[in-house]
Write a protein that binds this ligand. Structure first.
Ligand code: NDP
Length: 530
């Protein structure tokens, strides 16, 4: 069994089980054994043993297992989507398009590309003095990767990170969110079914204390996805242990709508980008800056489209917006809205709880009259609220979009793609999409990672794979029997020759360089006394 490890006795006051709740109804839909935090050192140790054998297996065998994984994911896609929906609340269609698609595609992608991406890479040398060397970079696994993941994409995020970790030759200990233990258990079960070796992918269940114990058990790297507050704690703990980390944290993504944009398309994108997963995506559109000339028309379209959205249980086929994950998140959104209203914002649509539907339902909400003094425009909302602000021009839109501690993703909407590209290059953001939003998260080749408070490092793509390997520079000297010019045996003659060498290498003009060549060669052809 490579899922939850339960070997050590539990203490009397420890949480022994986690309850999985359906956020739409508040019903308990499953119970999962919690991992005692004191078991983490043993679990990481077992992962270390499994990793040694795994890394020794040829890459093509590791890729073959990824193909098996892809097939298992595909065969079980309906079940995965149902579990994701029941536990996270998102509509089943979104579970299919996001969690399931990303997982299957990632497995297939790295199975295909890992041999090319992990192949040793030659390092050519420009300097004459080292021309006799041949060198290359080798990519070696770290060992054990600790992955700590959130509840909002409880399948796509961990699988998207485990797959590149294992193909690179690492073992993984995954700590899913305590709000989505069923998804976490399913991840472990599916890797096991695909035939990954025992203890290579282990899932530990529990709350923050289990995450903290995972870091303290000193895996070789931590890939953390979650809030800024927890990310800071994790980074501090990693620093104490000198463990490197990738931090995928929150966002406050801006959408810039220029006057020449197709307003019908842009408004559909705005409404979907804000309310998909009930606004609980790190790359949700949270702020819109629209040029004043089209602001009214654009806003009216957004209001009309928002009001047509169907709220309900994610398993109902026509549900477009499900519940938020917990009542505490709803309260946080209400708090931001209260602050925004008190400072003059106007709610054009929504703004209320829908207790008639369930404990965590909140109406998709559209707000205007906002400014950056409001918490709504500065803090991550992580809920179904879209704030629209009219701006004079693109310059003001860029300035406001960049006025945030976050820098995860952004989008620009215009018919003039050249202008869109120009604006993209001025945005302080890990990713910018022109005439699309969010979807880059599902593109295997697209690196995902933020700036500022949105974190550091990358997941997905070649860059995400490179986070999971240690780079080794290997250098082979072809003149093995030749002592080097710079070795001991220092004297006046070498001092003069060294200067000639610098002349030959760096002096302005080829005549001067050529003239020094003979003197420079004395650094090579000399007697080494030592
Ligand atoms: P949290 O930061 O609350 O939790 C993230 C994970 O960390 C959970 O598994 C949590 O466990 C665990 N954890 C909590 N305390 C500790 C600790 N002291 N040490 C180690 N691990 C700990 O985030 P949420 O789960 O609420 O997720 C929402 C946040 O994630 C949002 O801010 C969102 O923007 C961000 N996010 C970022 C993404 C990105 O790629 N940039 C993608 C998706 C989400 P438990 O849940 O059991 O308490």
């Amino acid at each position: 069994m490579q899922t939850t490890a339960q070997d050590a006795p539990t203490k009397a006051n420890q949480v022994t089980h986690l309850e999985s709740l359906d956020p739409a109804t508040g019903e308990v839909i499953g119970r999962f054994e919690a991992t005692p935090p004191e078991n983490l050192p043993l679990i990481v140790e077992r992962a270390r043993e499994a990793q040694k054998k795994w890394a020794a297996r040829p890459l093509r065998e590791r890729c073959a297992l990824l193909r098996r994984l892809r097939d298992v994911l595909f065969a079980r896609r309906a079940e995965i989507a149902e579990v994701v929906t029941r536990e996270s609340g998102k509509p089943r269609i979104e579970a299919l398009f996001s969690d399931v698609t990303v997982a299957i595609d990632t497995a297939g992608h790295y199975a295909r590309c890992a041999p090319r991406l992990l192949r040793p890479e030659r390092v050519p040398h420009h300097n004459l003095a080292v021309k006799a060397k041949s060198a290359w970079l080798e990519y070696e696994p770290y060992g054990v990767i600790g992955i700590i993941s959130p509840w909002n994409y409880p399948f796509a995020i961990p699988v998207g990170e485990i797959v590149p970790a294992v193909v690179a030759g690492n073992a993984v200990v995954l700590k899913p969110s305590e709000l989505t233990p069923w998804c976490g258990a399913l991840v472990g079960e599916i890797f096991e079914q695909a035939g990954f070796p025992r203890d290579l992918v282990q899932v530990v269940q529990g709350g923050g204390e289990v995450g903290a114990a995972l870091v303290d058990a000193r895996p070789d790297k931590i890939i953390f996805t979650g809030s800024v507050v927890t990310g800071r704690r994790v980074a501090e703990a990693c620093a104490r242990h000198l463990i490197p980390s990738v931090l995928e944290l929150g966002g406050k993504d801006a959408m810039i709508v220029l006057a020449d944009a197709d307003l019908d398309v842009a408004s559909s994108a705005a409404v979907w980008g804000s309310f998909t997963n009930c606004g609980q995506a790190c790359v949700s559109v949270e702020r819109i800056y629209v040029e004043r000339g089209v602001a009214e028309k654009f806003t009216d379209l957004c209001v009309a489209k928002t009001q047509r959205l169907k709220l309900g249980h994610g398993l109902d086929a026509d549900t477009e917006v499900g519940p938020m994950i917990r009542e505490s998140q709803v309260a946080r959104v209400e708090e931001q809205l209260r602050d925004a209203r008190a400072r003059g914002a106007r709610v054009l649509s929504g703004g209320q709880r829908r207790a008639d539907l369930g404990p965590c339902f909140f109406e998709p909400t559209l707000v205007t009259g906002v400014d950056h003094s409001m918490r709504l425009m500065q803090e991550e909302t992580f809920g179904p609220v879209l704030a629209i602000s009219a701006v004079e021009n693109a310059g003001e839109a860029v300035r406001l979009a960049n006025d945030s501690e976050f820098g995860l993703a952004a989008s620009v909407w215009t018919r003039d793609t050249r202008r869109g590209k120009g604006i993209a290059s001025r945005l302080k953001s890990g990713a910018v999409m022109v005439n699309d939003a969010l979807s880059y998260f599902g593109i295997c080749e697209a690196p995902h990672g933020g700036r500022g408070a949105s974190g550091w490092g990358h997941t997905h793509s070649r860059l995400g794979l490179m986070e999971l390997v240690q780079v080794k520079y290997v250098d082979v000297d072809r003149l093995a029997r030749w002592p080097k010019s710079w070795w001991f045996g220092y004297d006046q003659e070498l001092s003069v020759a060294a200067d000639a060498f610098l002349e030959a290498m760096f002096a302005p003009g080829w005549r001067r360089r050529l003239a020094s060549l003979r003197g420079a060669l004395k650094t090579v052809f000399r007697g080494h006394r030592i």
